[in-house]
Design a protein around this ligand. Sequence first.
Ligand code: FAD
Ligand code: NAP
Length: 312
Amino acid sequence: MLDCAIIGGGPAGLSAGLYASRGGLKEVVLFERGLPGGQITQSSEIENYPGFYEHGKTGMDFMDTWQEQCFAFGMVHRMEEVKGVRKDGDHFIIDIAGKESVEARTVIVATGSTPRRAGVKGEDELFGKGVSTCATCDGFFYKDKEVAVLGGGDTALEEAHYLSNICSKVYVIHRRDTFRAAPSTVDRVKRTANIELVTDTTIEEIVGDAMGVIGINIKNKSGEVSYLEVPGVFVFVGHNVNNAVLKDESGEAICELNENGQVIVDLNMRTSLDGLFVAGDLRIDAAKQVVCAAGDGATAALQVISYIQEQA
Ligand code: FAD
Ligand code: NAP
């Protein structure tokens, strides 16, 4: 039986893995369906992790050594997708896609969040054919071309700035005239010559053919509709939490969630189910920052160590 199963290998899961393995737990396994690193590996630049300030470093560069540090202290990574977590008496059962279930004394769930779709006509049909949620992955396809970015948060504006280095022009389409993004980011975008902020405007339809996106129909506050010819549309309209592993076959959650599906935890990352901890973007009131997710992971692992000592 594992001392601790960690589900999700973003900043929260990896930080939990480091603290749990370095804190003396014997069997610490991180289940991550892909390569560890989490959503920050999609970021073109990270500049707000304290002590790490190197202009132009990507999220991928930044996360590179996190898993190595965990492996050095004995944490094991299994590249597997967890289907569900169940409690059976005093321990947990981790159901893994296509593999035998695994037993664990404690579980830290750090499955983070996933980019949301905007629900615009044409978005789903053209996803991967000109519609993207990752500028780092797909921006280069639009070198010297015009693209549109949808959204007014930190992700939309930061990624618009990244795209402005590659593309000839970036239209930022935002439904309001004020931005959710940090003021410094808004200023930087406003100072960028080839970014045009198209505010109080929504995308009515993403238009395309068998080859992919051709353009977008946009509508402003006064109801005027116009067309922008762009081969790429980047959608950055927030995230949904990945809480599926915490639901049973009937869809019931095994611990308390709030109305947005975020897991209710206390300051020690304890959920309403004994022995189950949640860290990072998945929890209530998450600041959705790498440094905060990493802090949560460390807190959860320290609690797991105390919990196991108390049970012994
Ligand atoms: P995640 O990073 O979402 O990691 C969760 C992991 O769980 C994923 O790797 C996923 O594959 C895995 N997983 C999910 N379900 C399962 C399953 N069933 N089985 C196995 N594995 C599973 N924050 C900053 O502080 N600074 C920034 O500059 C910044 N820029 C950002 C730019 C972009 C484009 C994005 C998208 C986010 C940015 N953020 C930034 C936010 C930051 O990335 C997140 O807050 C942080 O990654 C959350 O960490 P997490 O560990 O909670 O979850
Ligand atoms: P977000 O802050 O929730 O912003 C989403 C944006 O999309 C908002 O401007 C919202 O408009 C708009 N929007 C939502 N649904 C829409 C729809 N259906 N159609 C059109 N527009 C829609 O999401 P985010 O930018 O991904 O950021 C998520 C979290 O990660 C935040 O807490 C953010 O601070 C953090 N993050 C931080 C950094 C950083 O620190 N450097 C970088 C990236 C992300 P309204 O404003 O009108 O609601």
